[in-house]
Design a protein around this ligand. Structure first.
Ligand code: FCB
Length: 481
C-alpha cells in the first residue's frame, strides 16, 4: 500500500521551456540576432560546436508540441519570449510577426486548458543591445521596460502569470565573468554591473507589466537558489559558505524582496566598479511589489575556505572563487546527474523554508527543477529513464515536506518538456521528459513523462517509503562502484 503525499488543491503542475533552447527558426519572420546566435557561432564556445539554429524546431511545431503537453496532462507551460523576435535590434519598432507567433502559442495552450506563463528574458538579449554594452549599459534596463510594455500590451488580455527575468545571477556571472555563456566576457566588474542592471530591468519591467496588463496580472522573477553548505564545522568554512551564499542567493533575494543589498559584499562590488552603478532610487525600483517568487532548484554546493585563505581585494580579472576565498568540495557520497550535479533533494526543502523564514509568506513556485541523464531509445523505441523518475520524485517529496511545514508553495514547473539545447553543453545533456531525436525531430515520451502524467492526475506523489523501492532500479545504472 503506497503512502501518497497529496499536494494542495489547485496546485499548478507545469513544464518550463525557453526560446533559444527550443525554437530554432533563428532568423525567420523578421527575428533579429541575439547574443546566443552570435556566441554559438564563434569557435570553441559550445560543446561540439552546437548551436540553436534549429534546436527542437519548436517554432514550426508549436501545435503538435502543445498537443503533446495536453496528452501528458500538463497544467501550465512556462515559456520565454525571444526579445529579438519582438524587437529585432532591441529598441526598434515592433516586429508584428514575432508577437503574432507568441499570441498563437498562448491561444493554442489556452485552447487545450494549459495555462501560459510568460518569461520575458531567458538570456537571449538582442545583439544590437550587446553592441552598445548589453547589460553593462544602464540603458538596457530601460529598453527592457519598453519591451515588457509591448509584450504586456499584446498578451495581457490572455496571460495572467509573468516572470520578468530568469536567473539574473547566471545571466550576469556566467555571461560576463566566467564567460561560459553569451556574451562570453571575463570581467568580474562587468558582471557586477550587469547583475545590477538586470535587477533594475526586472523592477522596471514588473511595473510596466502591472500598469499595462491590468490588476489580474501576477508578476514574479525566477531566481536560481543554491543552498551553500560548509564542508566542515570550522568557523573558516562557515564564513566561506556565508560569502558564497551572499553572492549567489542573498544579493538577489534581499534586493528583490527587501530593497537592499547585503552589506557583506557591497564594499567589494564598489571597489570593483565604483559607486556610480548604484544610484539613488534604484533599490526601490528593484523591490517591485511581487505577487510570487519563482525558485529554480537543481543542486546544492559544498565549500571550504580556499587554501589561499587570505581573501585579496578583487580585480576585474579575479575568478569568483579566488575573490570569495572559497573552494568547492564536491561530495563523493551522493549520486550525480550527467551534468555532474550532486543529487541533493533536501536542499530544496531547505531553500524553500529559508525563503519563508527570511522573507515572509510570499507565494512560491518552483519554476525549474529537473535533471539530465544519458538517455537513449532502446531497440523497441522506448526511452526508460528511472534515474530521472527517482530525481523528480525525491524532489517532489522534498517540496511536499516544505508545504507540510507551512510554506506557501503553489506550483511546480519541471525542466523540461523536451530535450533541448543546453547552453554551453549543446545537445549533449538531455533534460527532457520527452526524448528528441535531433535527426528527425521525432518526440518520444520517456518513462518519466508517463510517470509525471500520473503524478498530475493524482495531484500526489508516492511518499519516501514507496519512492525508495523505485530507486533501487533507478539508481543501478549510475551507481558509483
Ligand atoms: C537553468 C536554466 C535553464 C536550463 C537549466 C538546466 O539554469 O534556466 O535554461 O538550462 O538550468
Amino acid at each position: 500500500m503506497s503512502d501518497q503525499l497529496v499536494f494542495p488543491k489547485d496546485f499548478l503542475w507545469g513544464v518550463t521551456t525557453a526560446a533559444y533552447q527550443y525554437e530554432g527558426a533563428a532568423d525567420e519572420d523578421g527575428k533579429g540576432p541575439s547574443i546566443w546566435d552570435t556566441f554559438t557561432h564563434l569557435p570553441g564556445t559550445v560543446h561540439h560546436g552546437d548551436n540553436g539554429d534549429i534546436a527542437c524546431d519548436h517554432y514550426h511545431r508549436l501545435d503538435s508540441d502543445v498537443e503533446l503537453m495536453a496528452e501528458l496532462g500538463i497544467g501550465a507551460c512556462r515559456f520565454s519570449i525571444a526579445w529579438p523576435r519582438v524587437q529585432p535590434d532591441g529598441s526598434s519598432a515592433v516586429n508584428q510577426a514575432g508577437l503574432d507567433h507568441y499570441r498563437r502559442l498562448v491561444d493554442a495552450l489556452r485552447a487545450r486548458g494549459i495555462e501560459p506563463v510568460v518569461t520575458l528574458y531567458h538570456w537571449d538579449l538582442p545583439q544590437g543591445l550587446q553592441d552598445v554594452g548589453g547589460w553593462t549599459n544602464r540603458d538596457t534596463a530601460k529598453r527592457f521596460e519598453d519591451y515588457a510594455r509591448i509584450v504586456a500590451d499584446a498578451l495581457g488580455d490572455r496571460v495572467e502569470r509573468w516572470v520578468t527575468v530568469n536567473e539574473p545571477y547566471v545571466a550576469a556571472f556566467v555571461g560576463y565573468a566566467s564567460g561560459q555563456h553569451a556574451p562570453g566576457l571575463r570581467d568580474l566588474g562587468a558582471a557586477v554591473t550587469a547583475a545590477h542592471h538586470l535587477l533594475l530591468g526586472h523592477g522596471m519591467a514588473a511595473r510596466a507589466i502591472a500598469e499595462t496588463a491590468g490588476s489580474s496580472a501576477q508578476i514574479g522573477i525566477a531566481l536560481n537558489l543554491v543552498p551553500v553548505t560548509p564542508a566542515s564545522k570550522s568557523d573558516e568554512d562557515a564564513a566561506a559558505a556565508r560569502r558564497l551564499d551572499v553572492h549567489l542567493n542573498r544579493w538577489f533575494l534581499d534586493s528583490v524582496l527587501l530593497g537592499r543589498y547585503p552589506e557583506m559584499l557591497l564594499g567589494e562590488y564598489v571597489h570593483l566598479v565604483g559607486d556610480d552603478f548604484l544610484r539613488a532610487g534604484d533599490l526601490e525600483i528593484i523591490r517591485a511589489d511581487l505577487d510570487f517568487l519563482g525558485v529554480n532548484y537543481y543542486t546544492r554546493r559544498t565549500v571550504a575556505v580556499s587554501a589561499d585563505s587570505k581573501v585579496a581585494p578583487p580585480t576585474r580579472r579575479s575568478s569568483y572563487s579566488s575573490w570569495l576565498g572559497v573552494d568547492e568540495r564536491p561530495r563523493d557520497d551522493v549520486p550525480r546527474t550527467s551534468t555532474g550535479w550532486a543529487i541533493e533533494p533536501d536542499g530544496l526543502t531547505e531553500i524553500l523554508l529559508r525563503v519563508r523564514e527570511d522573507y515572509g509568506d510570499i507565494p512560491l513556485y518552483i519554476t525549474e527543477n529537473g535533471a539530465a541523464f544519458f538517455d537513449y531509445a532502446d531497440p523497441t523505441g522506448a526511452v526508460r529513464d528511472p534515474e530521472r523518475i527517482e530525481y523528480l520524485s525525491s524532489h517532489l517529496v522534498a517540496a511536499h515536506a516544505a508545504i507540510s511545514k507551512g510554506v506557501d508553495l503553489r506550483g511546480y514547473f519541471l525542466w523540461s518538456l523536451l530535450d533541448n539545447f543546453e547552453w554551453a553543453d549543446g545537445y549533449s545533456q538531455r533534460f527532457g521528459i520527452v526524448f528528441v531525436d535531433y535527426r528527425t525531430q521525432q518526440r518520444i515520451p520517456k518513462a518519466s513523462a508517463f510517470w509525471y502524467r500520473g503524478v498530475i492526475a493524482a495531484n500526489a506523489v508516492d511518499g519516501p517509503q514507496s519512492a525508495a523501492g523505485a530507486s533501487a532500479t533507478g539508481q543501478s545504472a549510475h551507481q558509483p562502484d
